[in-house]
Ligand binder design. Structure first.
Ligand SMILES: [Zn+2]
Length: 232
């Protein structure tokens, strides 16, 4: 019991100290280790996606579901998400309005004494920056790309992945610099229509390797090397 309480306190402290975001906050760690592992491999994760929110468009739920599916595939099936009502969900995704230039944010939560995470995604791109704004206004698929990749990144945090300094990674932190417009455009250039997104995960080899290490196969076999190139 004492250990459990200690673990819970540690989790809450981590949640208050480590605010993970794409833009505003400096990376807390440059290492490859997870901050905290939220879930267990093979465990079915009760998941809730808010049906509405500021700037939310009808197809945005599908983008969030695609992001969950990408992590399931990347994990080789050890990550499984199932729909749940909000209060029981250990992974919750909300659509929020603009705040401080953030694309998204993740906050650890406790759900009936168990670790969970709330993910906040901003579906309204307007106001994020001149060239990103312009690209999103001119091209709805670019706008969808930004929302999808933000879901992917923030869910990555929810699963326990921290930032990297590798521009190829979905867990790359913009605070390290680099061309943000190009970061989104390189994914946008792989797709011609919305349906193409299911065939392009938006994850790097390193992202896949890390999630497989964090959520290993139940038989204890070592993480497999990423072998699927088509899906990226
Ligand atoms: Zn982040």
């Amino acid at each position: 019991m004492a250990f459990r309480l200690q673990a819970v306190l540690l989790w809450m402290m981590a949640g208050s100290m480590i605010v993970l975001s794409l833009v505003v906050f400096p990376a807390q760690s440059q290492g490859q280790r997870p901050v905290f592992q939220t879930f267990q491999a093979g465990q079915s994760i009760p998941t809730y996606i808010s049906p509405e929110g500021p700037g939310n468009r009808p197809g945005d739920r599908a983008l969030a579901e695609l992001a969950l599916e990408a992590w399931t595939k990347a994990s080789n099936g050890t990550l499984v998400f199932r729909n749940s009502e909000e209060k029981r969900a250990r992974l919750r995704l909300y659509w929020v309005s603009a705040q401080s230039g953030l694309y998204g944010e993740m906050r650890p939560i406790l759900v009936q004494g168990r670790r969970g995470a709330e993910v906040f995604v901003r579906p309204e791109i307007e106001g994020l920056g001149g060239e990103i704004d312009a690209a999103a206004r001119a091209d709805s698929l670019f706008r969808d790309t930004v929302v999808y990749l933000t879901c992917l990144h923030e869910i990555g945090h929810a699963l326990g992945l921290d930032h990297t300094a590798n521009y190829d990674d979905i867990m790359f932190f913009f605070g390290y610099g680099g061309d943000i417009l190009n970061y989104f455009q390189r994914y946008r250039q792989k797709i011609h229509k919305r349906e193409d997104m299911a065939g392009h995960w938006g994850l790097s080899q390193s992202d896949i390797r890390r999630i497989r290490k964090l959520y290993p196969q139940p038989d204890g076999s070592p993480p497999k090397e990423p072998e699927i190139r088509r899906g990226q």
